[in-house]
Design a protein around this ligand. Structure first.
Ligand SMILES: NC(=O)c1ccc[n+]([C@@H]2O[C@H](COP(=O)([O-])OP(=O)(O)OC[C@H]3O[C@@H](n4cnc5c(N)ncnc54)[C@H](O)[C@@H]3O)[C@@H](O)[C@H]2O)c1
Length: 255
């Protein structure tokens, strides 16, 4: 790590960091020097991820958190401040997808996707944003998706696509509002990533086959190919970057 990417002495809160991409982001931020708060719904994976971070040599705190619940988010922010005294980086990673044809999506499924992906993300931005405003700055990285820019096929996931488009626009809105407070707000938009959760889809030719045909680089992304982008946006290396959406999709949305 060269100096601009150094996160030594910084505290990063990562939502949904118990597994998958969030866990990878926590690992990457810790390797860049940050102490980590794992704000995770799952009471088993959160502490496990925190234990892994401690093995890297950083401090880590696992907090059982439901981003859909404003008071749960506030408790996590309060506990983070009690433990570390400051929050410098927020990575809003927690997210879910529920596939279903738009004409048949039940209202509770529609609402659940919105609650986690958009409203929950906003609650986290709001609670941590207040801390950062008081402190005079910080960096927020929102995990959007290429699905915020294109409607993927062959799966039907209108609710997911709508929330991720919302995340990209919310990111710009907060970046503009909070620039005067020294807070930078950016998003990343990954394409198809080869996570354990996604693997069964990749192995299904009717789904994964269609995906592969549309990725110019001809392969899924590896989770560790996203970590450096999050470190870039979290750190001083991106000191003049705000309101941006960094697409990391093997060229999918370019074709
Ligand atoms: N995997 C991909 O190909 C891909 C591509 C683009 C964007 N993304 C986005 O990346 C993020 C992570 O995806 P992933 O593939 O690692 O998913 P995942 O399902 O493996 O992990 C999501 C994590 O979020 C946690 N979580 C879910 N609901 C929560 C809540 N209410 N409060 C707190 N934590 C909660 C889960 O427990 C889990 O640990 C999501 O926002 C997703 O939309 C993923």
């Amino acid at each position: 790590m060269t100096e601009p990417f150094d996160l030594s002495g910084k505290v990063a809160v990562v939502t949904g960091a118990g597994q998958g991409l969030g866990r990878e982001f926590a690992r990457a931020l810790a390797n860049a020097g940050a102490d980590i708060v794992v704000a995770e719904l799952n009471p088993e994976t959160g502490p496990d991820a925190a234990a892994e971070i401690r093995k890297i040599g950083r401090q880590a705190l696992a907090l059982e958190t439901d981003v859909r619940d404003r008071s749960s988010v506030q408790s996590a922010v309060d506990a983070s401040l009690d433990a570390f005294g400051h929050i410098d980086v927020l990575v809003n990673n927690a997210g879910i997808t529920i596939w279903g044809e738009a004409e048949n999506v039940p209202s509770e499924e529609w609402q659940k996707v919105l609650d986690v992906n958009l409203t929950g993300l906003f609650y986290c931005c709001q609670a941590v944003g207040k801390v950062m405003i008081k402190a005079g700055g910080g960096s927020i990285v929102n995990v959007a998706s290429m699905s915020g820019l294109v409607a993927n096929v062959p799966q039907s996931q209108a609710s997911y696509n709508a929330t991720k488009a919302g995340v990209i626009q919310l990111t710009k809105s907060l970046a503009v509002e909070w620039a005067r407070h020294g807070i930078r707000v950016n998003s990343i938009s990954p394409g198809y990533m080869d996570t354990p959760m996604a693997r069964p889809h990749f192995d299904d030719p009717k789904v994964g086959g269609v995906w592969m045909d549309r990725i110019p680089m001809g392969r899924a992304g590896r989770p560790e190919e996203l970590g450096p982008a999050v470190v870039f946006l979290a750190s001083g290396a991106s000191s003049y970057v705000t309101g941006s959406n960094l697409i990391i999709d093997g060229g999918y949305t370019a074709s």
